[in-house]
Design a binder for this molecule. Sequence first.
Ligand code: AMP
Length: 150
Amino acid sequence: MRTTREEKTLAEITVEDLMIPAEKVAHVQTNNPLEHALLVLTGSGYFAVPVLDNENKLAGSISKTVILDQILGIEGYEIEKLSHLQVADVMEQDIDQIEKDKLFIDGLKALIDTPFICVTEGDGKFVGILTRRAILKAVQREYYQHNFGS
Ligand code: AMP
């Protein structure tokens, strides 16, 4: 039986095999001020990051676009809103998620319209993210193994 990710075929690989684990994912908490979220987003260079609640369950995601949109007033950006508003006030709550034991093809389908998807287990505990990059690397590996046997 093939057990390591390198040994498995695409049909056997699970989302858990390919995900970036939670401890390596830049994220923010629902009760963080928007200022903190903007710092995390600009510091990491990511467009959007997951939002977790105080039990480390997935609560949503937040992007630079949403933050900038929220602090835009009639006469320009109202920077003071960054400390008055919390992540929970503006985050996107209705986000897709996938369970860690789903198969590669489920992950691929989920990423057709989005660059990453949050991975959960059990009753919504956040365990990582699956990115398009990870899916493409797995496809590339299988292509070379299939065509050149390496
Ligand atoms: P990539 O496929 O690596 O370009 O990642 C696609 C998107 O996934 C990024 O724009 C981020 O929104 C998110 N992402 C990737 N890696 C991380 C990470 N380590 N922490 C938080 N978000 C990430």
